[in-house]
Every structure is written in C-alpha cells, then in structure tokens.
Design a protein around this ligand. Structure first.
Ligand code: TYD
Length: 203
C-alpha cells in the first residue's frame, strides 16, 4: 500500500482558509482517497488542551513556540504519521509554516530556533503541498473583526499580521514548488478551481 500525502493550509487570520478545508477534503474523497482532516495547534486530545492554553493564556514568546512544537510532536506521532502510513491523505489547517510566520515574523523569534525545533520534531518530514491563502491586510482585518470573539492572536495589531503575511510570502518564495500562493480575494468559485488544479497535480 502506498503512503498518503500531507497537505497543509496556511494564511493570516481572516484569509478564509478554513472555508476551503472542507472543499479540499471533499475533492480528495471524490477521487476515492481516505482523508483525515486535522488542525494545529491541536489535532490530538493533548494538542487540543495545549491549543486552549496557546489561544487564551498569556505567555512568553519562546514558551509559545515550544508549546506549538510540543503539540506538533504529539500530532505527528499519534495522528499524522500513522494515518499516512495506512495510506490516508492528511489535510491540516496550519502546520510548521505558521510557526515561521507567527512566531518568527509576528513575534520576532530568530528563524534558527524554529529551524532547530523543526529538524528535531520532523526529521526532514514536510508537507507535500501547502496552500497559502493570501490577502492584503485590510481585507483580512475586516474579516477578523466580523468574526466571533477574538483569541490571543486575533487581538494582535494590523502591523503584527502584516509581518506574518510577509513571513509567509518569503517562505513561499523560498519553496515555490511546495508552497502555492492563492489570491484569497477571488470569488470562491475561482479559488476552488485553482485549488482543484493544484490537487490534481499532486494526485
Ligand atoms: P486558527 O488556525 O486561525 O483557528 P481558527 O480559525 O479557529 O481561529 O488559530 C490558530 C492560531 O494559532 C492562529 O492565530 C495562528 C496561531 N499559530 C501560531 O502562532 N503558530 C503555529 O505554529 C500554529 C500552528 C498556529
């Protein structure tokens, strides 16, 4: 049995990526794939407990980074790697690119710290495809303020999200084959057509 593929969705809060998660999963299932949908931080019982802390408790920026990777280690060991090994495709709402974007870009943590944790926890493992939903800050800001009660990240200033966005775009530029940038201002139909074409390339 061949092992499955790992797809991640990324973007600043308010880019609308969560809307597309279901589309990606449905498209893959329609191709006869077994699909596991998950998210970070979270995905496992322990990870979801860490998510509560990460989203709602104030903490030092390095503590935040370490907890993100603690949750990620558990997620990989308990859920992602076993699912891939049994041939399922895994679709995750965020993964390690979010740590580079939010903890390095947003919070200013040196990239080397994230790279060291990534090497430790992932040992070279990486997504097969990352969809980066990109929108200008004013669009994301308007979507965020229309959303439900804000968490610790969503309460950050526009300047924070601008740094997060640029960190994501820098990563996409460095890894253009894996990270595909989508203009999330487009209508949903156009975006879904683009997503389907990218999934087709992978399948
Ligand atoms: P998010 O994915 O936006 O969930 P929801 O759509 O339910 O709000 O929430 C997760 C938050 O965690 C988001 O603001 C980004 C942040 N985050 C990091 O800062 N670093 C990480 O490594 C990950 C995975 C997420």
């Amino acid at each position: 049995m061949s092992s499955g593929k790992f797809i991640t969705l990324e973007g600043v809060d308010g880019a609308g990526k969560s809307t597309h998660l279901g589309f990606v999963a449905d498209w893959l299932r329609a191709q006869g794939r077994q699909v596991l949908v998950t998210r970070e931080p979270g995905g496992t019982p322990l990870g979801e407990t860490l998510r509560e802390l990460l989203l709602h408790r104030d903490m030092d920026a390095d503590t935040e980074l370490l907890l993100m990777f603690a949750a990620r280690q558990q997620h990989l060991a308990e859920l992602i790697q076993p699912a891939l090994a049994r041939g399922a495709w895994v679709v995750s709402d965020r993964f390690t690119d979010a740590s580079y974007a939010y903890q390095c870009g947003g919070r200013g943590i040196p990239v080397e710290r994230v790279a060291a944790l990534e090497a430790w926890v992932q040992r070279g493992f990486a997504p097969d495809l990352t969809l980066l939903f990109d929108v200008p800050p004013e669009v994301a800001g308007a979507r965020r303020s229309a959303a439900r009660a804000a968490d610790r990240f969503e309460r950050e200033a526009d300047s924070f999200f601008s740094r997060v966005r640029h960190a994501y775009l820098d990563r996409a530029q460095a890894e253009p084959a894996r990270i595909r940038v989508l203009d999330a201002r487009q209508g949903i139909g156009a975006l879904q057509a683009e997503i389907a074409a990218l999934l087709q390339e992978l399948a």
